[in-house]
Design a protein around this ligand. Structure first.
Ligand SMILES: C[S@@+](CC[C@H](N)C(=O)[O-])C[C@H]1O[C@@H](n2cnc3c(N)ncnc32)[C@H](O)[C@@H]1O
Length: 253
């Protein structure tokens, strides 16, 4: 069952598409960062070495990462279920836009030069036949937002968009799953390797231990919702005994 048809169950960490759209409508978007990802400052030269690249950014919201890449000459294609986010991406960054309807997906917002394109619709309605293949996948706060039951399907789809010699950059959050049911879903290093290891070489290019406490077992995702649920993901994650951000570089084997 896709997120389109799923029944939102916040206690189980399941969100359907309408719930995401609703969150944008009421400003419940604490995941949105006010600046581009700092990884670009430390690793951007390596990530985009060799000139302009085509980049696919799933579940892109109105992330300033897209603008950073676009401003450096790359061609960036995103997908986002909430049209409000896409409108704000273009208007807040003062980019003129053309909108056309794409059968089977929804509106497609395009900068006038065509180098920034964002589909308003469900990621799972996109296909390689429609989009083609990309030099890079930029998966930031994206896999952590996908319902856990859809993670394998998500991996398969994103790998289908990546050129054989492409690079897939993945950002994960890893915390004690007992404190919050997700999203963001905790994705352990073990889970990344379980999902992608059969197909990809996997390298951790940056890890930040945000509490200074380690999780020696690094157990796979799972766990259960706490008895008294914190009000927000941010509040919950601050109670986790460990909290890691990890960035991976993945290439096909
Ligand atoms: C955690 S946010 C991350 C947004 C962005 N990557 C960022 O870092 O700011 C996840 C986003 O995915 C969108 N979304 C969730 N499920 C989706 C789906 N199936 N297809 C397209 N967008 C989706 C939500 O509306 C939300 O904006």
């Amino acid at each position: 069952m896709s997120a389109k048809d799923a029944k939102t169950d916040l206690d189980a960490g399941v969100l359907n598409n309408s719930e995401w759209v609703k969150r944008w409508g009421v400003g419940d978007t604490a995941f949105h960062q006010g600046a581009h990802d700092p990884l670009f400052d430390t690793h951007g030269d390596m990530m985009f070495e060799g000139g302009a690249k085509s980049v696919f950014a799933p579940l892109c919201g109105k992330s300033l990462d897209l603008i950073w890449m676009y401003n450096r000459g790359h061609t960036v294609v995103g997908v986002e279920i909430a049209e409000q986010a896409v409108q704000e991406l273009f208007s807040e960054n003062k980019l003129d836009v053309q909108v056309k309807h794409v059968e089977g997906v929804g509106p497609l917002y395009k900068s006038i030069d065509g180098r920034l394109q964002v589909y308003v619709g469900d990621l799972f309605d996109l296909t390689k036949d429609r989009l083609g293949e990309f030099d890079r996948v930029w998966d930031s706060r994206s896999i952590v937002a996908i319902n856990v039951v859809d993670q394998e399907r998500y991996r398969d789809l994103l790998l289908s968009f990546l050129k054989k010699d492409g690079q897939y950059y993945l950002m994960t959050i890893d915390y004690d799953p007992a404190v919050w049911p997700g999203p963001p879903h905790n994705i352990t290093d073990q889970r990344v390797r379980q999902l992608y290891g059969e197909y990809c070489n996997i390298e951790v290019i940056q890890e930040s231990n945000l509490t200074g406490i380690s999780n020696p077992d690094n157990k796979a995702s799972g766990g259960h919702a706490p008895p008294a649920k914190p009000k927000s993901a941010g509040a919950a994650l601050r109670t986790s005994s460990y909290l890691y951000d990890r960035y991976y570089k993945m290439t096909f084997k």
